[in-house]
Design a protein around this ligand. Structure first.
Ligand code: SF4
Ligand code: SF4
Length: 140
C-alpha cells in the first residue's frame, strides 16, 4: 500500500451516541481488521469524526476543514490521506444495517473531495460468524 500519513475514520453519529469508538482505534493501533495492510513501522496519524447525523452532509465540511487546516499547518496533501468509513457505516451488524446514505457519503468524500476511501474499520469475529450463518449480510 502506498504511504499514507493520515487516516480519517468517519463514524456513524447515531451509533456513536453509545459507542466511544474504542474498537475502531484499537483495530488501527493493532493493525487489525481493515487496517491490517498499514505498516506498524510507519507513523500514521488517526482522526475519528462522526458524520454529523443523517444525511451525513457534515462530512464534507468537516473533512474540508481538516484538509485546509492540515495543509496550512504542515503541508499535508490529499494523497497523504485515506478516509475509512467505520464498520457500523459500511456493513450489516448488531448496530443495524449499513448506513442508508452510504453512497451519498462516498460521493462527498471520493467524488467531491477527491480522497481515497476504504470501507470498514474493526472486524468482529462473532459478527463475521453471523455473516457466514446468513444472520447479517456478507462483506463484499
Ligand atoms: S465500528 Fe464499532 S467501534 Fe467503530 S464507531 Fe462503529 S460501533 Fe463504534
Ligand atoms: S448518515 Fe448514516 S452514518 Fe450518518 S448518522 Fe445517518 S445512518 Fe449514521
Amino acid at each position: 500500500m502506498e504511504e499514507i500519513k493520515y487516516i480519517i475514520v468517519v463514524q456513524c453519529h447515531i451509533v456513536k451516541e453509545r459507542c466511544s469508538g474504542y474498537l475502531c482505534e484499537y483495530a488501527f493501533n493493532e493493525r487489525k481488521g481493515k487496517f491490517k495492510n498499514y505498516s506498524k513501522d510507519v507513523k500514521i496519524r488517526f482522526l475519528p469524526l462522526t458524520c454529523g447525523g443523517c444525511c451525513g452532509r457534515a462530512v464534507h465540511r468537516k473533512i474540508n476543514n481538516f484538509l485546509r487546516m492540515s495543509k496550512k499547518k504542515e503541508g499535508l496533501k490529499k494523497e497523504d490521506v485515506v478516509v475509512h468509513f467505520s464498520s457500523c457505516i459500511s456493513f450489516d451488524s448488531f448496530h443495524g444495517g449499513p448506513c442508508p446514505h452510504k453512497e451519498y457519503l462516498e460521493v462527498l468524500v471520493k467524488d467531491k473531495l477527491k480522497l481515497k476511501i476504504v470501507h470498514g474499520t474493526t472486524i468482529n469475529e462473532i459478527t463475521e460468524k453471523r455473516r457466514e450463518q446468513g444472520i447479517y449480510q456478507k462483506i463484499d
